[in-house]
Design a protein. Structure first.
Length: 123
C-alpha cells in the first residue's frame, strides 16, 4: 500500500478537490510506501533531528491543522536540510526522500493560504 499526503478538510462537507488540484506538477500525493512509516519516517534519525510529528507516522496517521501545519513544515525542512544524513541512515536514495518531502511542502503551501478550511493528512 502507499502512504499518501493530501489536503484535508477541517469540517465535514467541505470539498478539497479544487485545493488539491492546485498542487503543481510533477508533485502528487505520494509520501512513500506503507513500510516507510517505520523504515523512513519512523526511523530513529527523525527523532534525533527533532521531527516528532513525522515520527508518529510509525504508529498512526497524521492530521495536521493550524499550528501543526507549521510544525510539519519545519520538520520537513529539517529533513530537506539533512538529506544526506537521512539517506545514509535510512538506506533510501536522497531523490526518493526529497520527492516525497517536496510533495508535502507543495501541499503545505496551499494549506497555509487556506488554514480556515484545510489541513494536511498523511495516511
Amino acid at each position: 500500500m502507499s502512504l499518501l499526503i493530501y489536503i484535508y478538510r477541517k469540517q465535514e462537507g467541505t470539498d478539497m478537490t479544487a485545493l488539491q488540484a492546485k498542487i503543481p506538477s510533477p508533485h502528487n500525493e505520494l509520501f512513500g510506501f506503507d513500510r516507510c512509516r517505520e523504515t523512513l519516517w519512523g526511523h530513529p534519525i527523525m527523532k534525533s533531528l527533532g521531527c516528532e510529528l513525522i515520527g508518529t507516522l510509525k504508529d498512526q496517521n497524521i492530521y495536521a491543522f493550524d499550528e501543526d501545519v507549521f510544525k510539519l513544515k519545519k520538520e520537513l525542512n529539517k529533513i530537506f536540510e539533512n538529506i544526506e544524513r537521512v539517506a545514509k541512515e535510512t538506506n533510501y536514495a536522497p531523490e526518493f526522500i526529497l520527492f516525497r518531502v517536496e510533495n508535502a511542502l507543495e501541499a503545505i503551501k496551499i494549506v497555509e493560504q487556506n488554514l480556515d478550511i484545510a489541513g494536511i493528512a498523511i495516511e
